[in-house]
Write a protein that binds this ligand. Structure first.
Ligand SMILES: Cc1cc2nc3c(=O)[nH]c(=O)nc-3n(C[C@H](O)[C@H](O)[C@H](O)COP(=O)(O)O)c2cc1C
Length: 218
């Protein structure tokens, strides 16, 4: 009888080889949608976001890589007026209308106990959870690093499904944690307003750092 893990590894190599042979690169439209023309938005049309679109967004975002496949991001979609009322007091004054105007605001959080899922998410190392079980610093560093990466994948996936996004870190994390995550191992990271933008509310594009100033080859 063949070992199912070995068969799965072989199938994955075949699929990766066939995919690589296509030599794909993103076309200009895709780059514009995700990066070059996409903007951060602050105002929103009175147009709802379908629940199905949020699921589609997550199904794309979840494929982004994390260390040991640890996937610490957790998301709360704040949609109801009640939930928005609970979120509002934690926000800087200037950020409140941006959140209130958006049909959905995602609280991008991370779970400090992400390692409890490692036996399922990282079966190649059955002892992976032990690295974090008694090491709160390692758990915090890995949860924050990978949860933040996943937050970035989340924003790009939102653009990929046709949503506009506006991220916000101008809020009191402790207040959000108390209101939404009290008594849990979840911590808030940043917020993402989601919807269809009112483009009259954006500002001019701000400069990006030059390759020469940022990158070096050694
Ligand atoms: C993690 C994160 C936090 C941000 N926090 C805020 C915020 O609290 N309030 C705000 O108005 N904009 C906030 N922004 C928006 C940034 O200023 C904006 O994305 C940046 O200037 C680039 O704008 P552009 O995408 O239109 O080029 C945030 C963006 C990110 C990614």
């Amino acid at each position: 009888m063949t070992n199912p893990d070995i068969a799965a590894d072989e199938a994955a190599r075949d699929a990766a080889h066939a995919f690589q042979a296509k030599s794909l690169t993103a076309d200009d439209t895709t780059l514009a949608l995700l990066f070059t023309e996409a903007r951060t938005h602050y105002g929103w049309q009175d147009r709802d976001v379908a629940e199905e679109t949020l699921r589609e967004l997550y199904e794309i975002a979840k494929m982004g890589p994390t260390s040991m496949n640890n996937q610490p991001m957790r998301v709360v979609f704040v949609r109801s007026e009640d939930a928005k009322d609970r979120l509002e007091p934690a926000l800087m004054e200037a950020n409140r209308p941006k959140m209130r105007g958006a049909p959905v605001t995602a609280i991008i959080a991370y779970d400090l106990n992400f390692w409890e899922e490692l036996p399922k998410n990282f079966p190649p190392n059955p002892a992976a959870a032990d690295i974090f079980r008694n090491n709160a610093t390692a758990a915090q560093v890995n949860a924050f690093r990978n949860g933040t990466l996943q937050g970035a994948y989340f924003m790009l996936a939102a653009r990929a499904v046709g949503l506009d996004v506006g991220a916000m870190s101008g809020f009191d994390n402790a207040k959000v944690d108390e209101e939404f995550f009290h008594g849990t191992s979840l911590k808030s990271n940043f917020l993402v307003n989601l919807g269809y933008a009112d483009t009259s509310k954006i500002f001019r594009r701000l400069p990006r750092m030059a390759y020469e100033d940022i990158c070096e080859t050694i």
